[in-house]
Design a binder for this molecule. Structure first.
Ligand code: F6R
Length: 615
């Protein structure tokens, strides 16, 4: 949570930082601020609200000159979103200015000590405590900024990606990282700092991703200096060449990133299996898996840890792995797993699923599993992310940057990877017949065109959205492979439209939720061709008898459900194991259109952030 940006070089820093913050707004958007060094002073402007509010405030009030600066877009943890709590924060002397993404857990005791020593605080934030701790160390120990940062951070418990500078020595920015991401873009005689590479992609393709417990000092026109925070040892930085391009992080003619990302799914599912799925040869090649096949085939069980939408992908995987590869699977919320003293042994394989690769709970679950000796496999979208580095091995989804806060293409590409893993293991274990295996490989290859077909029903889904946009509650039902899709459909609706929605296994409805059904209640039922089709039809009858409104996701050509449902959303026929990849599409579109019609901020829903780096 929170996005940070910094610049030091010859260019004007303000437009670089402002643009960068706009690109990082997915990380938090309740307040924003920028500090520029204008040659003499720190020019600080911050406000509650979005980056556009900051832009307005800056242009109304003050000059934006200077070629050194830092900026921040916030997702509040300590202190409500207001102007004062917004970053950057100044030290008591006014010399140091800092931005911070993360949480300083022992800030209260440090603050008490600093108060006793005469420091004062204007905000409720842990960050203001940190900048004053650094200032205090700098004065007491009579050391340079870099050294003061290092000493101070050794007293801190928590997570951080920080950037700060000193107006009395305005030729350097000091940055440090533990648990929150920090990328440094290397230009000609200039450096860019950001939570990810998107703010500087048009300026340089060369970047360093700091590792946990590392800090760096960047100086205009000089080589970067990277050190370990613990022992001050020098680290040789690894400079990566970035594959990202500007087009990938722009809306490309769509009204919202979410819609663009929904429409990208045919392409990115293909990108995810390209070179890995070879149906004519009957081969699945997954680089990260090849050397660890036995870990999986000998495992007592697979434990999947994830949060939110990624957890739903994990639930789909539970069905696929058990069905095809006959390996027992448990799916856990990472946040529960990490705190419930789980039984994990060296014979367990843990799969961690995360779009961002930075989710704090998933990361903590991985660390715990590793400590207990399990083999940990990551499925991440963001290349070089912390989770992708912390796991023993893994497979990237190739969804490209997902900027809309509501996850869409990450979900379908995660399921694509998980399906490939399950199929490969099933083949090796002999738990699938050759004919079935070959068929599923061919069918998986056809999924992008089926997703494309599902997208083409968009205008019909928009009409359905207009009918139901004003209701207060929705129920989503599915069985088997499509139970997790029901959960995901409900999550999409609630997070962007703020309409209450619940997902349930269709048969479980009669054990409680059926009491909610009346003529006001729309029930979205996933009723595609499957082993449970007849059972789902019976569930639909139960809803109809209680006057509920049925919106059914059906297979093209279906007649039975079509006659019973009030509205239908059609998807192409596909083998049951692959249905989540197509049934998800109309549900994403339904929630998108409802949210747009309700004039909600689709890409930046309230209270949420894309990357949840706090627990
Ligand atoms: C929902 C959503 C969240 C994320 C969750 C995990 O649309 O985006 O529920 O799925 O925060 O994030 P990652 O996958 O980055 O670990």
């Amino acid at each position: 949570m929170c996005g940070i940006v910094g610049y030091i070089g010859e260019k004007e820093a303000y437009p670089i930082i402002l643009n960068g913050l706009k690109r990082l707004e997915y990380r938090g958007y309740d307040s924003a601020g920028i500090a520029l060094f204008d040659g003499k002073n720190i020019n600080l402007c911050k406000t509650k609200g979005k980056v556009v509010d900051l832009e307005k405030k800056f242009s109304d009030k003050q000059s934006n000159k200077g070629s050194l600066g830092i900026g921040h877009t916030r997702w509040a943890t300590h202190g409500i979103p207001n102007d004062v709590n917004s970053h950057p924060h100044l030290s008591n002397s006014g010399d140091l200015v800092i931005i911070h993404n993360g949480i300083i857990e022992n800030y209260a005791s440090i603050k008490k000590e600093l108060l006793n020593r005469g420091y004062t605080f204007t905000s409720d934030t842990d960050t203001e405590v940190l900048v004053n701790l650094i200032e205090d160390v700098k004065k007491k120990e009579n050391v340079k900024l870099g050294k003061a940062v290092q000493i101070a951070l050794n007293q801190v418990v928590g997570a951080y990606a920080i950037a700060l500078f000193d107006k009395t020595k305005p030729d350097e920015i000091v940055v440090a990282k533990l648990g929150s991401p920090l990328a440094i873009g290397i230009g000609e005689e200039e450096f860019f700092i950001a939570s990810d590479a998107s703010p500087f992609i048009e300026f340089t393709n060369n970047a360093i991703y700091l590792e946990d417990e590392e800090m760096a000092i960047v100086r205009k026109g000089r080589a970067i200096e990277v050190r370990k925070i613990k022992d001050d040892s020098v680290v040789a930085p690894y400079i990566q060449e970035l594959k990202l391009n500007l087009e990938q992080i722009e809306k490309g003619g769509f009204d919202h990133f979410m819609l663009k990302e929904i429409y990208e799914q045919p392409t990115v599912i293909k990108d995810t299996y390209r070179g890995r799925l070879l149906p004519t040869k009957g081969i699945i090649k997954l680089g990260g898996l090849e050397n660890y096949i036995e870990k999986f085939t000998n495992a007592d069980r697979i434990i999947i840890v994830a949060c939110g939408t990624s957890w739903h992908a994990g639930l789909v995987a539970e069905y696929i792995f058990e069905d095809l590869a006959r390996i027992p699977v448990e799916v856990e919320y990472a946040s529960e797993f990490r705190y419930r003293n789980p039984i994990i042994t060296e014979k367990d394989v843990v799969i961690a699923i995360s779009q961002s690769g930075e989710t704090a709970d998933t990361l903590a679950a991985i660390k715990l599993a590793k400590e207990k000796g399990a083999f940990v496999y990551g499925i991440c979208n963001v290349v070089g992310s912390t989770i992708s580095r912390e796991t023993h091995s893994g497979t990237y989804t190739h969804a490209g940057p997902e900027i809309g806060v509501a996850s869409t293409k990450a979900f379908t590409t995660q399921i694509t990877v998980l399906t490939m893993i399950a199929l490969k293991l099933a083949k090796i274990k002999g738990s699938i017949s050759n004919a079935h295996y070959m068929l599923l490989l061919q069918e998986l290859e056809m999924i992008p065109s089926k997703v494309q077909e599902a997208l083409e029903t968009d205008s019909k889904i928009k009409e359905i959205a207009s009918i139901f946009k004003d209701v207060s509650n929705f129920l989503y039902l599915g069985r088997g492979y499509n139970f997790p899709v029901a959960l995901e459909g409900a999550l999409k609706l609630k997070e962007i439209s703020y309409i209450h929605a619940e997902g349930y296994p269709a048969a479980e409805m009669k054990h409680g939720p059926i009491a909610l059904i009346d003529e006001q209640m729309p029930v979205v039922v996933i009723a595609v061709n499957s082993n449970h089709y007849d059972k789902v039809v019976s569930n639909i009858q139960e809803i109809k008898s209680r006057k509920g409104k049925i919106i059914a996701v059906v297979t093209e050509g279906d007649t039975t459900v079509k006659e019973m449902a009030d509205y239908i959303m059609e998807v192409p026929n596909t083998p049951e194991v692959l249905t989540p990849l197509v049934t998800t599409i109309p549900l994403q579109l339904l929630s998108y259109h409802i949210a747009v019609m309700l004039e909600k901020n689709v890409d930046q829903p309230r209270n949420l952030a894309k990357s949840v780096t706090v627990e």
